[in-house]
Design a binder for this molecule. Sequence first.
Ligand SMILES: [Zn+2]
Length: 288
Amino acid sequence: MPTFADVHGQDRAVGVLRAALAHRRLHHALLFAGPGGVGKRTAALALASALNCETAPGEGCATCATCTRITDGIHPDVITLAREGAAQIVPIETVRTQVIAAVGLPPHEARERVFLIDEATALQPAAANSLLKTLEEPPARTRFILMTVAPDQLLPTIRSRCQRVAFAPLGAAARRAVGGGEADPIANAAEAFIAAVDRGPGAPGAAIGLAQGAGENKLDAAAVIELAAVELHARARASAEAGDIAAARLASERASILLAAHMAVNVHHGHGAVSLEALALRLQRGGQ
Ligand SMILES: [Zn+2]
């Protein structure tokens, strides 16, 4: 199904891709960078369709045989490198058998063969290194779309060979729109987190309960914190536009604290509950 029209809230990223297609200067290796759940994979499939669509080249139609098979994941020339095992890595064997062995031959039927890597930090170091030469000297009619939530954790040699396309964080409402009405636990947790902070120091229990719940549900604390910061930035803007400078300043300060915490949590995976709890208390104290 995905065409560029299905990528919501990412006008800039989609604009970059459309312009590159229109001017025939699409880079052979793209790095889609941005938070989880904001449309990177949808955009990647839309781009694969735009490159290969039979009826609407450059845009994708969602209904021709090519677009349909790309959506269904069964097009022989649009290949997602699978992650394997408990560690969810892309092993070097996968790169050897699915990429290196294939690129010596032309695509089966596509105008442009597309390799998708859903989370490029999942490439084993050896797998990443084995890709370097192919990324540097791209075979004809072949594109790579690497996606990641943490571009800074990629090998610099991988980053430098790709053109980065930034995907913006989305607010809670936009995330739900993207999810097509599916429950979005990250959005729920971020909103509950802000609500608990709003209730102030009189209600620290709510924040602690939320933090513990987030930990039990194995929610990605970094994603919850990032989304809460996005929401607070939006609140700061709205307050400033309404002339409430004090509220704008408070929301903006809290968003800054959250963004600093977001960077710290990204470095220390696995302590989400503790981080959220401490953070909520700090925001409540700081905001009073
Ligand atoms: Zn089509």
